[in-house]
Design a protein around this ligand. Sequence first.
Ligand code: ATP
Ligand code: MG
Length: 335
Amino acid sequence: MKRILTGDRPTGKLHIGHYFGSLQTRVKLQNSGEYEPFIEIADVQALTDNFNNPEKVRKNVREVAKDYLSVGIDPEKTTIFVQSMIPEIAELTVFYSNLVTIARLERNPTVKTEIAQKKDLFGESVTYGFLGYPVSQAADITAFEGEIIPVGEDQEPLIEQCREIVRKFNSIYGEGILKEPKAELSKSARIKGLDGNDKMGKSLGNAIYLSDSDDEITKKVMSAVTDPNRIRKDDIGNPDICMVYYYHKLFSNEEACKKCHKECMAGERGCVACKKELSNNIIEFLKPIKEKRAYYDAHPEEVDRILREGTEKARKVAKETMKKVKEAMMLNYFE
Ligand code: ATP
Ligand code: MG
């Protein structure tokens, strides 16, 4: 069975953008029974731009694990593991670092964009670790012989970088030793923020988290950006520039969306009522997810067991890869 590798950096809880952007697809792929999925909680990668905040990373490892379990990632079908507990990934990163130039990393479009966004942290000069995170990601993928990597467009250059490293490795140390992964581009759109930002994001302060309370959801929806020209309830509105309507399309049924669009354009719908309807639908949508989460909140030992067992299973696979790699690199001196 083909292995799928995905993961997240535990820098915060996961939000609705993650749900529609990746979690939903992971659950579907998992339940198709056609693949062997691995999910990495990438704490080492999270440290590349959070090295000064280890508490945040530590705490969010378990939060992200609970997010996975609550949306339907099934530990019987998907191996969930913690990156730092697999030392083979760190070893591979060192070996691969000889196979990629600094200039190539600096040209990587994903890295370039991120460095520009992190000026506050890095100033004029980026760390060796952050610049090199695509190398460590190549180690993540190849350690588990990941063949299919579902990604958003923004992540595609990272997979290309991994493919280059694999080809270089194989050409020097032996054809077929490492498996070359394929990016599977996600068709799902990027979810916008309630504030009208092009993207919902943890660091943008515009996210609805899968674990938000009903009150938090209502409060966030009430602050959503609507048509600025609409001041009174009976003003004619333009739903196509309204974030509330945008979210209705994600969470409300077709009939409700049509009704919302029509009434807004006719000035027959107040924004407050419209927001109330939306927040109720989001609350309803998240209800089963939150129920599952409540179970794991009450059973932290079970979350730890799942992470421990997943990590043990992942480690076995990574050790097999490492054996092949060390043989090929003539680093197998003694048992
Ligand atoms: P940060 O603000 O710290 O960058 P984030 O909310 O963007 O956090 P990431 O951890 O950077 O979250 O996201 C990892 C991946 O999750 C992205 O590469 C993307 O595939 C997916 N993702 C994040 N936000 C969205 C979104 N709004 N819509 C769709 N997918 C998203
Ligand atoms: Mg991001």
